[in-house]
Design a protein around this ligand. Structure first.
Ligand SMILES: Nc1ncnc2c1ncn2[C@@H]1O[C@H](COP(=O)(O)OP(=O)(O)O)[C@@H](O)[C@H]1O
Ligand SMILES: [Mg+2]
Length: 388
């Protein structure tokens, strides 16, 4: 999956212009509030998902303008494609290869990307619900059929909890609790299996990305933490207490994804830089699993990740993510020092030039763009190619 060209009209502080990225690492640098995140957000919308900033559609239209238009030429699914988004009257609409879509969400799966923004740090610093949501969303992306499994568990849990609250006043309902326990145990076991399998699959690539960032000096490990082994038995055990509290005490709605760095719980012990590296490793691992299933690495957007990382970690993100087209925003033109070693070539690959000249040609949407690194200085909503 590669972006060949992105253009816009009246999107946030971006009036009109275009970006022609390379297929490797694209660094969008500049002062605060110049439009770097806006550029990532605009490209991200083509995933069909909501803004990764949680913005409402109307907020993204340039102030004082009636509508906003975006266009993305990308290589995906083995061919060049063009998608367009229009935001007007608080609504988003989309076209893919000239064909109007029912909704923007109908484009999900056509252009795929992974994003890290500082808000995603809550994945480690926040509570377990945040990590469960991360796994559930990732599982559904890989195996859409799992959405029904999660939904079934959610419904069974809500109904059992409602029943627990009703029983004190209606003792005759106690008999029906067995039925709900059986349903909850069945769907709960399916939820746990799906999450556990995903956590296991994620652990390898996440550890590898993390080790790459820190030169192998620290080790990242992941473990799906169940609060109940045999859910049916756990529900029987906790029934008395559940009837008192009106809540179900056992089940995957209480589970967590344990993240450890060199054997220490990341949430409690990791430094800011370690937490940031761990979340990036999780996101990249998620992208890699998606790439394995679809056969195509998603585009990676890294917003403001470099600031708290040391030179080695920065250099890894800038030089070593060879399989992905990457967009990185930062304040400095060449963070992590000059690309002295360039993008380190993989065995059998040619070293690539640090910067590619813009040929000024229309993008050839049938071909993937070159790799390497390209710098864009973003000022007042205008990205200019080149270090200065
Ligand atoms: N709808 C909008 N219309 C006009 N300007 C906007 C709109 N939304 C955000 N902005 C402006 O965009 C700028 C922030 O851009 P952003 O991409 O977040 O900056 P950064 O380069 O720091 O990532 C702010 O100056 C903000 O006022
Ligand atoms: Mg920003």
């Amino acid at each position: 999956m590669k972006i060949l060209r992105f253009s816009w009209l009246n999107f946030r502080n971006l009036t009109s212009g275009e970006l022609r990225p390379c297929g490797g690492v694209n660094v969008l640098w500049g002062g605060n509030a110049q439009g770097k995140t806006n550029l990532l957000e605009g490209m991200w919308l083509f995933t069909g998902e909501r803004s990764f900033r949680g913005a409402k559609d109307a907020e993204m239209v340039r102030a004082g303008c009636a509508e906003s238009r975006l266009r993305l030429d990308f290589y995906g699914g083995g061919r060049g494609q063009t998608a367009q988004i229009r935001i007007a009257a608080g609504r988003r609409s989309a076209q893919l290869n000239g064909v109007p879509q029912r909704s923007c969400a109908a484009m999900i799966g056509e252009f795929r990307a992974a994003v890290f923004s500082p808000e995603h740090l809550s994945l480690l610093s926040g509570g377990p619900a945040r990590r469960r949501n991360f796994i559930d969303a990732a599982v559904c992306q890989l195996r859409p059929a799992c959405a029904a499994v999660f939904a079934e568990y959610g419904r069974a849990l809500a109904q059992r909890n409602a029943l627990l609250k009703d029983i004190p006043a209606h003792a005759e309902l106690l008999d029906t609790l067995d039925i709900w326990d059986a349903r909850l145990a069945r769907s709960g076991e399916a939820v746990m299996r799906a999450r556990q399998a995903y956590a296991q699959a994620l652990a390898g690539p996440a550890a590898r990305f993390y080790a790459g960032m820190c030169g192998g000096r620290e080790a990242l490990s992941l473990r799906y933490e169940k609060n109940a082994g045999d859910l049916a038995a756990a529900l029987r055990r906790s029934r008395r207490e559940d009837l008192l509290t009106g809540h179900t005490g056992a089940g995957p709605h209480r589970d967590d994804l344990a993240v450890e760095i060199s054997g220490m719980g990341a949430r409690a012990y990791a430094s800011q830089g370690q937490k940031r590296s761990a979340v990036i490793a999780l996101k990249l691992a998620e992208a890699e699993l998606l790439a394995r299933r679809t056969g195509e690495p998603p585009v990676v957007f890294l917003d403001d990740v470099l600031s708290e990382l040391d030179g080695e970690r920065q250099s890894y993100l800038l030089n070593r993510l060879r399989d992905f087209q990457v967009f990185v925003t930062c304040c400095e033109p060449v963070p992590g020092g000059p690309p002295a070693s360039g993008r380190e070539p993989e065995p059998g690959r040619q070293p690539e030039p640090g910067r590619q000249p813009d040929t000024g040609r229309e993008p050839d949407t049938g071909r993937q763009p070159d790799t390497g690194r390209r710098l864009f200085h973003v000022q007042g909503g205008v990205p200019a190619q080149g270090p200065e």
